[in-house]
Design a protein around this ligand. Structure first.
Ligand code: AMP
Length: 398
């Protein structure tokens, strides 16, 4: 089956056409600046050079139209006709408590996604714009929703509840949801495959370290805890997000700066994390690593604090699972930063972790980076959220 995978943001739309049998990516691309001047579509058909076109895209309907044109182009297209596309898989950020797995989209599903949009006001409405644009352009083609939150819905109450008045959970569903679920599910299952062990026999900690970052504890194939919360702001330090902090900080900064909660939340989301701690040097670990190696105090502060927070979560999740068999690193930083992985793993001697320095020096590939004597395996497992979405979509529409 040929599955179109769509990840739609408020002004961008990422797409991949994947052959679900061979799992080959037939074409991948990105529409940027939708609804803004200077819209651009860039895409790479398999085996061909990247094509970039500046075309006005006043809305997502136009973007989808251009994606279809790109896929069916007589010269550079990867399908002859639109009818060759069997289904569309959509990344949906928040499924609330309504969705514990991927589902075929119908009116009821759209309504349920709308109902939880309060929990992800920037993401869910944008995701739905993508769904509706595809429905319009491809009538009759099945659409599937794959949720970032679904994998984490197996968390027990003790892990997902916050210590606030229980009525807030009952009335407003204030609780931990967790994100990057598609990645945590894909990577933990892949780790079992790499180790040649049954998925339901392992205790795995997945460190998804990208611009957004989260850790999850996967016990016997089920997520039992994760670091992101009601929103993606909680947990690890991230590119620009603060992660965990005392909620009183919000009021304190608002008072000191003479501003409101909304502005402080904006600072915590956009100007904090390693970017804020580095003294506004960068949110990108390539710059931070370079700064670290040159002795830049801000870069050293940011990278060390980032790694320390990962170490703390690994310790917490090893405790939560009463042990750990495998620690996985994934996403931009996890896959590409030997420095961060080393700073984390060298502090896990108490778990019996040893590091294979040579294996750890590689970037961007699947590899075991723990020593042969390590009691806990440490793996780099490149994530592939698009493939996971395509697999779920194909399985549902079969
Ligand atoms: P993601 O959100 O998973 O796409 O990760 C993006 C982040 O990965 C970037 O902001 C960088 O911090 C980091 N990254 C990407 N490539 C490298 C690299 N070669 N070395 C270190 N960090 C990298």
């Amino acid at each position: 089956m040929k599955i179109l995978v769509i990840n739609c943001g408020s002004s961008s739309l990422k797409f991949q056409l994947i052959d679900s049998a061979s799992e080959e990516v037939l074409c991948k691309g990105l529409c940027e600046r939708i609804g803004i001047d200077g819209s651009v579509i860039g895409y790479t058909p398999a085996g061909k050079d990247k094509i970039v076109k500046e075309v006005p895209m006043p809305d997502h309907n136009k973007a989808i139209e251009l994606v279809i044109e790109a896929l069916t182009d007589p010269e550079t297209g990867v399908v002859k006709e639109l009818s060759e596309i069997d289904a569309v898989g959509h990344r949906i950020v928040h499924g609330g408590e309504a969705f514990t797995k991927s589902v075929i989209i119908n009116d009821e599903v759209i309504k349920a996604i709308e109902d939880v949009s309060d929990l992800a006001p920037l993401h869910n409405p944008a995701n739905l714009i993508g769904v509706r644009a595809c429905m319009k352009a491809m009538p009759g083609v099945p659409m599937v929703a794959v949720f970032d939150t679904a994998f984490h819905q197996t968390m027990p109450e003790e892990a997902y509840l916050y210590g606030v008045w229980y009525g807030y959970y009952e009335k407003f569903r204030v609780r931990r949801y967790g994100f990057h679920g598609t990645s945590h599910a894909y990577v933990s299952a892949k780790a079992a495959e790499i180790l040649g062990k049954p998925y339901d026999s392992l205790k795995t900690i997945v460190c998804h370290l990208g611009n957004g970052a989260s850790v999850s504890a996967v016990k016997e194939g089920r997520c039992i805890d994760t670091s992101m919360g009601l929103t993606p702001l909680e947990g690890l330090l991230m590119g620009t997000r603060s992660g965990d902090l005392d909620p009183s900080v919000v009021e304190y900064i608002a008072n000191k700066e003479g501003t409101d909660i909304k502005n402080v939340m904006n600072i915590l989301n956009k100007k904090s994390g390693v970017y804020g701690l580095s003294g506004d040097l960068s949110s990108d670990f390539r710059d931070l690593e370079a700064g670290y190696n040159k002795g830049d105090a801000g870069a050293i502060r940011a990278v060390n604090t980032f790694a320390y927070r990962v170490v703390k979560y690994i310790g917490a999740y090893a405790a939560a699972m009463n042990g750990v068999d495998c620690i996985c690193f994934t996403a931009g930083v996890g896959e590409n930063s030997p420095m961060v992985r080393k700073l984390v793993l060298e502090r896990l001697g108490y778990l019996g972790v040893t590091l294979d320095e040579e294996a750890n020096s590689t970037r961007g590939k699947e590899i075991c980076i723990s020593g042969p004597d390590s009691r806990v395996k440490a793996l780099v497992v490149p994530t592939n959220e698009e493939l996971a979405i395509a697999r779920d979509t194909a399985a549902l529409v079969k």
